[in-house]
Design a protein around this ligand. Structure first.
Ligand SMILES: N[C@@H](CCC(=O)N[C@@H](CS)C(=O)NCC(=O)O)C(=O)O
Length: 278
């Protein structure tokens, strides 16, 4: 009897601690919602940050925010959003129907770049030691320029090259992508790495990383392309340094899953976001 009582006590204890939001070294809780509604199925309404994602670490934009949350050591719960188009309950959270989104108390924040700056501000306001956004105005502007370059220049060249089926155009598209990548190689030459802003990992690194990670895997598979070391030696070392971080390992898809996910896009000639409206 005593044994059963203490067993029940430990089970109860385990359930209660599972309710506590994830901290830096804890696994975040995950609620998967298909057609259901967040309001009905939310596990812990008091969790400080709800993080809305696609299942399976597939989305590079979600990965950015996942890395930021982990690097900053902020507690969060994950809600997986399935379905295309997004269900109505999610459109009430993010009218753009895109992930990532964050819900902090009653406020919803979306767009990965805005989510990540918000998380840096939040961590700052809580006087945590971790920071991914330096306070120096010049460095901050440089980070934002790099991030803008990633979204508005580089990622488009990457996907256009990957999706191209006309082999005569491959050379030109590869050169356009390498031209766009040069900004990162030049930045690393200036700051001397290992990260884009120098010694510290910042939101410039986590903004680019998911795209470089996918580039290396998918372009090798479909175009037999590898980053030329003579041109991109620093960028390759940067990638290795990023891939070595726990936050990146935790938020990454396997190589096999990356190919599987991209196969759908490449084979269906899908004009997804990176090419046009993201
Ligand atoms: N600019 C957005 C892009 C986010 C985005 O396109 N996410 C994709 C998943 S990888 C998405 O939610 N797509 C759903 C849709 O377009 O319906 C950001 O940076 O957060």
């Amino acid at each position: 009897m005593k044994l059963i009582v203490s067993l029940l006590f430990y089970i109860q204890l385990a359930c209660v601690s599972a309710f506590v939001s994830a901290g830096k070294n804890e696994k975040p809780k995950c609620t998967e919602l298909g057609m259901g509604g967040y309001d009905q199925t939310i596990i812990n309404p008091n969790s400080s940050i709800q993080f809305f994602v696609l299942p399976g670490n597939t989305c590079p934009y979600v990965q950015r925010t996942h890395i930021a949350l982990q690097e900053l050591g902020l507690p969060f719960d994950i809600t997986e959003v399935s379905g295309m188009p997004k269900p109505d309950w999610y459109l009430r959270i993010n009218p753009r129907g895109k992930v990532p989104a964050l819900k902090k108390d009653t406020t919803v924040i979306y767009e990965s770049a805005i989510c990540n700056e918000f998380l840096c501000d939040l961590a700052n306001s809580m006087n945590t030691e971790q920071t991914l956004m330096p306070s120096d105005p010049i460095t901050r502007a440089k980070i934002r320029l790099l991030n803008d370059h990633c979204d508005n220049v580089f990622s488009k060249t990457q996907f256009t090259y990957l999706m191209n089926k006309d082999s005569e155009k491959d050379q030109e598209l590869k050169e356009a992508m390498e031209d766009a990548l040069k900004m990162y190689e030049d930045t690393l030459a200036e700051t001397r790495g290992p990260f884009l802003m120098g010694a510290d990992f910042t939101i410039a690194d986590l903004h680019l990383l998911p795209f470089l990670q996918r580039l290396v895997i998918t372009l090798k598979y479909w175009k037999n392309y590898e980053l030329p070391q003579a041109k991109f030696g620093r960028l390759s070392k940067w990638l290795d340094a990023c891939l070595d971080r726990d936050s990146v390992k935790e938020s990454s898809m396997s190589e096999r899953d990356t190919i599987e996910v991209y196969k759908k896009f490449v084979e269906a000639d899908y004009k997804f976001g990176g090419l046009n409206k993201n």
